[in-house]
Write a protein that binds this ligand. Structure first.
Ligand SMILES: O=c1ccn([C@H]2C[C@H](O)[C@@H](COP(=O)(O)O)O2)c(=O)[nH]1
Ligand SMILES: [Zn+2]
Length: 152
């Protein structure tokens, strides 16, 4: 989950940064990472606004979700049987991608949109498809990365 949080920090979304990391079934090796961003090469042309009347002037119809980017960036042939660590409970569109890709478990950090239709539909699809969902729990509240200690 720490790696997912680190990936999330690369997002330019000013309100919600979503990081996702996929690990394989056999040895928990990372086989994909992603974060929410505009489609490749389109970074500066599209708005990050979340509010307003006009859908075309808001981020939602353009942004590529962290989960989709993690699946698209996979380094293995497929992600069947894998687990996804993600900083936000996936939306309905990401749930479909996760199910179709063969990921079997989703470990999430926040579920701040729990009451939304998108999250409820995602949960329903995960349950029906027997994709396990579990909230990440830890007693460790932070991981400090000290670049100086890493210098050899
Ligand atoms: O499954 C999901 C759901 C949402 N996201 C991204 C899409 C947006 O960039 C933000 C949500 O923005 P709000 O301002 O909190 O509405 O999260 C995602 O990557 N994956
Ligand atoms: Zn999504």
């Amino acid at each position: 989950m720490a790696a997912a949080c680190l990936a999330a920090q690369r997002s330019k979304d000013p309100s919600t940064q979503v990081g996702a990391v996929i690990v394989n079934e056999t040895d928990n090796k990372i086989v994909g990472t992603g974060y929410n961003g505009m489609p490749a090469g389109l970074d500066d042309q599209f708005p990050w606004k979340r509010d307003g009347e006009e859908p075309l002037k808001k981020k939602y119809i353009y942004v590529t979700h962290g989960e989709l980017n993690a699946i698209m960036n996979k380094s293995s042939a497929d992600v069947k049987g894998c687990t996804m660590y993600v900083t936000l409970f996936p939306c309905n569109e990401c749930a479909k991608l996760i199910i179709q890709s063969g990921i079997r478990k989703v470990i999430y950090l926040s579920n701040k949109y729990e009451k939304s239709n998108e999250t409820q539909a995602a949960k329903r699809m995960f349950d029906e498809a027997e994709v396990k969902t579990e909230q990440f729990k830890t007693t460790c509240s932070e991981i400090l990365i000290n670049f100086h200690e890493c210098l050899q």
